[in-house]
Design a protein. Structure first.
Length: 305
C-alpha cells in the first residue's frame, strides 16, 4: 500500500511542476532546486507511491498511468488548498467568509438593517447571517462561538455578568404612541403621569418585567392593564383603534404606522442602553460592522405639533 503520509503539500507541488513541464531539469530551474536534489525528491515520492510515476525519456519525463492518477489528485488538492488560502486571506482582510450577526427585535427595525446595508455595499464578498433573540441568549451564543457580533441591551437584567467585550452604541429613549385624536396629541411632549388613567396595550405576558412597568413605577403609578398581544408590533393596531396607548422604544419608531402620534416623554431617562458584544478575538468584518452601527443617528417619525 502506498505511504500516503509522504504526499505532503510541498512534495505534491514539486511533482506537479515536473508533470507540467515534462522535465526534471526545467522544473528544478523554475523552483530553485538543483537537478540532482529534485530527482531525489521525485525518487522518494515514487518509493512512497509504490512504483514509478514518470517514464524517463531521452529528453525529459512522461507520467506513467500511476503518475497520471496521482497528478489528478495532486491538482485537486493543490487547487483546494489554494482556494482555502484565498478564503482565509479574505476573512482576515474582512472581505470574505461569513459574518454571523445577532440582534434583539427592535434593533432589527432600523439600526441593524441600515448598518448591514452599508456593510453589504462595502463588503459584498462577506456572507451575512442574522439571528434574532433576547440579549442574554444572544450573548450565550456569542460565547459558544455561534455568533461573531451581537447587538444587545442592558434591559431588563443589565449587561451579562460573564466577561463580555462590549462597545456602547446608543441610548434608546421611550416614546408614547397615542391615537391621532388623543387629548394630548398636540402637545410637544407628554408627562407620563398625565397618562396614569389610560388603558395600556402591552405585548409581554402578565408578570414579566417590561419597560412600561419600570417607567410607570418611576412616575409613581401602576399602569392600568388592557389588551395584551403576542407581538410587540401588534400593539399599534389597538392604539390606532382608540383602545389604549402604548410605549415605543425610539429604535422601533420607524415601524409605527400612519394614524398614530409619537411623543417624547417629559423628564424620563433613556429606557435602555444598546451595545455591540464581541468575542475576545473579533473578526475584522465584525469590527467594521460595529463601527457602522455606532454611526447610527436616531431619526424618529415623531409627529410634529
Amino acid at each position: 500500500m502506498p505511504d500516503t503520509n509522504a504526499f505532503d503539500t510541498g512534495t505534491l507541488r514539486l511533482f506537479d511542476e515536473v508533470a507540467r513541464s515534462g522535465s526534471i531539469t526545467a522544473a528544478a530551474e523554475l523552483l530553485g532546486y538543483t537537478q540532482s536534489a529534485l530527482s531525489r525528491r521525485i525518487a522518494a515520492l515514487e518509493r512512497a507511491a509504490g512504483g514509478p510515476l514518470f517514464e524517463r525519456l531521452p529528453r525529459g519525463v512522461r507520467l506513467t498511468p500511476a503518475g497520471a492518477a496521482l497528478h489528478r489528485h495532486a491538482v485537486a488538492v493543490l487547487d483546494r488548498l489554494g482556494r482555502a488560502g484565498d478564503e482565509l486571506a479574505a476573512i482576515h482582510r474582512g472581505e470574505g467568509g461569513q459574518l454571523r450577526v445577532g440582534a434583539f427585535a427592535t434593533a432589527n427595525v432600523a439600526l441593524v438593517p441600515h448598518a448591514l446595508r452599508r456593510f453589504a455595499a462595502r463588503r459584498p464578498g462577506v456572507e451575512l447571517r442574522l439571528t434574532e433573540g433576547l440579549s442574554a441568549p444572544l450573548v450565550e451564543r456569542l460565547h459558544a462561538g455561534a455568533l461573531d457580533v451581537a447587538v444587545i441591551s442592558d434591559y431588563p437584567a443589565g449587561l451579562p455578568a460573564e466577561e463580555t467585550r462590549t462597545v456602547p452604541l446608543l441610548a434608546d429613549r421611550l416614546l408614547v404612541a397615542l391615537p391621532a385624536g388623543h387629548r394630548l396629541a398636540a402637545e410637544p411632549d407628554v408627562d407620563l403621569r398625565d397618562l396614569a388613567e389610560e388603558t395600556w396595550i402591552e405585548a409581554a405576558p402578565r408578570g414579566q418585567p417590561t419597560l412600561l412597568l419600570r417607567a410607570c413605577a418611576a412616575a409613581g403609578f401602576t399602569p392600568r392593564g388592557g389588551l395584551r398581544v403576542a407581538e410587540w408590533s401588534g400593539k399599534f393596531g389597538f392604539v390606532a383603534a382608540g383602545l389604549g396607548v402604548t410605549l415605543v422604544p425610539e429604535l422601533a419608531a420607524g415601524a409605527v404606522p400612519a394614524g398614530l402620534v409619537l411623543k417624547p416623554l417629559r423628564g424620563t431617562e433613556p429606557a435602555r442602553k444598546v451595545y455591540a458584544a464581541l468575542p475576545d478575538t473579533p473578526l475584522p468584518a465584525a469590527l467594521e460592522l460595529v463601527e457602522m452601527l455606532g454611526q447610527w443617528e436616531m431619526c424618529t417619525a415623531i409627529t410634529p405639533t
